[in-house]
Ligand binder design. Structure first.
Ligand SMILES: [Zn+2]
Length: 288
């Protein structure tokens, strides 16, 4: 390539053409300088717009962050409120357990988180998640506890309903539970029930909920009904003139079983009423 160039400047209005003699090195330098200038200019322009954009984005993010902190604060307040409510429930639960005589009480409710530290939201979100998990566990415990109490109360109601209570018929006691002279003159023997005198046909009622276990006739007891109440309790109603229930019938306290009579070995119309606990006759007078 040539070492020198001639740059011709030709004016439009016909003045003399001007010639510039330029060395190759100088031309290269000029072109490089121009390119450099364009490059630097482009770089700064780009930086400027990027900065402008970043500034806008930063402002937007600051706003979002502030909103999120606000939301987080509200969430913490909500969780705290839940925690307090649960603490109240736990207190009630503990009292109920105490009344119901259930000793072991489930664990306490988790503690509060407090405010958001400057260190950042991530920690708080973690804490919040932990709190929510703990609350979940506390709620499950509470549910289990209430289930315990309900089962216990159900059991107590069942036991109460299955325990013989009250008079099986309207009448007056003519013979008590315990040792006594036998009417047929064979000597003293334990009397395993209570004799309640009443007119023939007077209704005989179940003294507790249960299932009719036996409806039968025996030589000594005559027409008899036996009710099984569960929990070890059985009641027996003897000397009836008539049994008015079938074996296997589910009965409630107060349901009619039979009518008073004089069947079997008996000296007059009366009900022989027995209460057995685990197969052993107990004094029915204590249950009237
Ligand atoms: Zn008797």
């Amino acid at each position: 390539m040539a070492k020198r160039f001639t740059v011709m400047i030709i004016p439009e209005d016909g003045e003399n053409v001007r010639r510039l003699k330029v060395r190759r090195g100088l031309l290269t330098l000029a072109v490089t300088a121009l390119l450099l200038f364009v490059g630097v200019f482009a770089y700064f322009t780009h930086s400027f717009y990027t900065l402008q954009f970043d500034q806008t984005e930063l402002q937007r993010l600051r706003l979002v962050n502030s909103q999120q902190r606000h939301d987080l604060q509200r969430l913490i307040a909500d969780v705290d409120l839940l925690r307090e409510e649960l603490a109240g429930l736990a207190e009630t639960d503990a009292r109920v357990r105490q009344l119901a005589d259930i000793d072991s009480s489930p664990k306490a409710v988790p503690v509060a988180i407090g405010g958001i530290p400057e260190s950042g939201n991530v920690e708080v979100v973690d804490q919040l998640q932990q709190q929510i998990n703990q609350l979940q566990v506390a709620i499950d415990l509470r549910r289990q506890s209430q289930e315990d109490v309900r089962n216990l109360l159900n059991d107590q109601v069942s036991i109460s309903r299955a325990t013989p209570k009250g008079w099986p018929t309207k009448g007056w006691i003519t013979s008590y539970f315990g040792m006594r002279q036998i009417p047929d003159g064979t000597g003293r023997r334990i009397h395993e029930g209570l004799d309640i005198a009443a007119n023939t046909g007077t209704p005989v009622y179940a003294t507790a909920d249960g299932i009719v276990a036996r409806v039968e006739y025996s030589k000594s007891y005559g027409k008899t009904v036996v009710v099984d109440h569960g929990y070890g309790y059985r009641t027996l109603y003897a000397h009836n003139s008539r049994n008015s229930i079938k074996r296997g019938t589910r009965v409630r306290r107060g349901d009619k079983l039979a009518e008073v009579g004089n069947t079997g070995i008996s000296t007059g119309p009366h009900l022989h009423y027995e209460v057995q606990l685990n197969g052993v006759p107990i004094d029915p007078r204590k249950t009237l």
